[in-house]
Design a protein around this ligand. Structure first.
Ligand SMILES: Cc1ncc(COP(=O)(O)O)c(C=O)c1O
Length: 481
């Protein structure tokens, strides 16, 4: 048995070890030195082509189908530029669908990763964990509490799992209510239940339906104009909600609000619209559940509920993607009974370390507000799209249900060329990839080009460079007509 004479735990001594701290700084410095060679897009290195094709084939064999994009990264990148294993470098305008918000090889991320790597184990769990997991949760709760009643957090490994926990919290609180209200075009993840709630046929094809979902219209400027203005649209939606409530009295456990729709098309809402529906939920004892897994951190405020000034209504909340570790949060009244939420893993140490570093970074930044840097980037993005529209009006036909062909907010950016035609937008994504920009699409028809760029590392002067590549790609797609 060893004598305990030191005043600090061995773990603390290790974390404060100057030799380890210096080794971590060396890692950060060396990674940055390598990364700084990456300064612009470039084509694949022909010498690497054969081995890269082999990696793609092996990946497809494991997966059972070819990869959507031929992307296998090399493990290196610099800011908004990412290197692939074939030596090509591309502008990363989608960041793994919103995960790498701090871009590639950011020193704060490398430092957090390296620091987490010295711990004795990789994963934290509900039975055994260091404080890292709870420190991450504590930071989230503190930030959320600035403008909401959210009080507790349960950490988990994916957005879908965070949503599963949110649904359980709502069900338990409102037992025996078993129905769910959701917006048209919502997306909630790929678990059996979330696939049923998500409003996409392909996502639930072949899945037995066991969850009863009532769908509500989402805010849409074209529909608002058609019915004769915002008040009429809102009144109509509240009437529809009330109809569901009257049809199934006390049977709705929650209404899931995705305040800025992600997969559904980067659709923005409206404060009065959301507020009217949330008030109706409150009056009928239906939980207001806010899924900000895609939008968190990216809009003009850290939380989308802050952007709409709706924090007081939020009962249950989910976050993920850019936070690396995911979490379900809830208010005092929604604290579930012991036993409802658990699981072997809450996440890996590196997730909590990087997630905490990201939260600190966002909280101490000048990113938010109408004059913040994210709003400025969004304006630069729109200017670039409008430039494309002016130069090539023939690439931009009308798109159904879409008032503006450029949209989104902050770091959620979309535009709608080629009338929102699915095949053409998908083709554009592929051609743009080959040309040197990684994009994706969103929406269910019309389809939009979607960007979730790493705004903290983007420079204003990057936008014309990104759009020069995009313009080449669009010209290729247009010329194929
Ligand atoms: C709004 C929303 N909720 C839930 C999810 C599911 O998250 P995950 O893919 O991490 O399970 C996503 C993912 O795109 C999302 O955008």
């Amino acid at each position: 048995m060893s004598n305990q004479t030191a005043t600090a735990s061995v773990g603390e001594q290790m974390r404060n070890d100057p030799a380890i701290a210096s080794a971590i700084e060396t890692i950060v410095e060396r990674v940055r030195a390598h990364a700084s060679q990456i300064t612009d897009i470039r084509p694949a290195n022909p010498d690497l082509k054969v081995s890269y094709d082999d990696l793609l084939e092996r990946s497809a064999a494991v997966k059972g189908r070819g990869l959507l994009y031929p992307t296998l990264s090399s493990g290196a990148g610099n800011g908004a530029l990412v290197e692939m294993a074939d030596g090509s470098v591309k502008w990363d305008m989608i960041t793994g669908i919103g995960v790498h918000f701090m871009g590639h090889a950011h020193p704060e991320v490398i430092r957090a990763q390296a620091s987490a790597a010295i711990e004795d184990t990789t994963k934290h769990g509900n039975l055994q964990s260091s404080f890292a997991a709870y420190e991450f949760g504590e930071k989230l709760v503190r930030l959320a509490q600035r403008n909401s009643r959210l009080k507790h957090a349960f950490m988990t490994t994916s957005g879908a799992m965070a949503n599963e926990s949110a649904l359980k919290v709502c069900y338990q609180k409102h037992f025996p209510a078993s129905r769910v209200l959701a917006f048209k075009h919502c997306f909630m993840g790929r678990s059996v239940t979330m696939a049923q709630i998500g409003d996409s046929h392909a996502g639930r094809e072949g899945i037995p339906l066991s969850t009863q979902v009532d769908y509500m219209p989402f805010w849409n400027e074209v529909a608002v104009e058609k019915v004769g203005g915002a008040t009429k649209f809102i009144d109509h939606c509240v009437w529809r909600l009330q109809q569901y409530i009257d049809r199934y009295p006390k049977m709705h456990a929650c209404f899931i609000f995705e305040l800025v729709q992600g997969e559904g098309g980067f659709n923005l809402g409206n404060r009065d619209f959301f507020r009217a529906l949330m008030e109706c939920c409150r009056a009928n004892n239906i939980a207001v559940w806010d899924d900000e897994i895609q939008s968190f951190g990216r809009t003009e405020r850290m939380f989308a509920y802050e952007m709409y000034d709706l924090g007081e209504f939020v009962d249950v909340f989910c976050v993920g993607k850019m936070t690396q570790a995911c979490a379900t949060m809830w208010t005092e009244e929604y604290n579930p009974k012991a036993g409802l939420l658990s699981g072997t893993f809450t996440g890996a140490g590196v997730d909590f370390a990087v997630g905490s570093a990201l939260l600190d970074h966002l909280a101490s930044s000048d990113y938010y507000g109408p004059d913040g840097r994210f709003a400025a980037h969004h304006r630069a993005f729109r200017d670039q799209v409008r430039g494309l529209m002016d130069r090539h009006p023939d690439w931009f036909g009308e798109a159904l249900f879409t008032k503006e062909l450029v949209g989104g907010v902050g770091g959620m950016m979309r535009f709608t060329p080629f009338g929102g035609d699915k095949a053409k937008i998908a083709k554009l994504c592929k051609v743009a990839y080959d040309e040197g920009v990684i994009l994706f699409y969103c929406g269910h028809g019309p389809y939009h080009v979607r960007m979730l760029p790493p705004l903290p590392v983007m420079k204003m002067e990057d936008w014309p460079r990104v759009f020069a590549v995009l313009e080449r790609a669009m010209a290729k797609v247009a010329s194929e007509d």
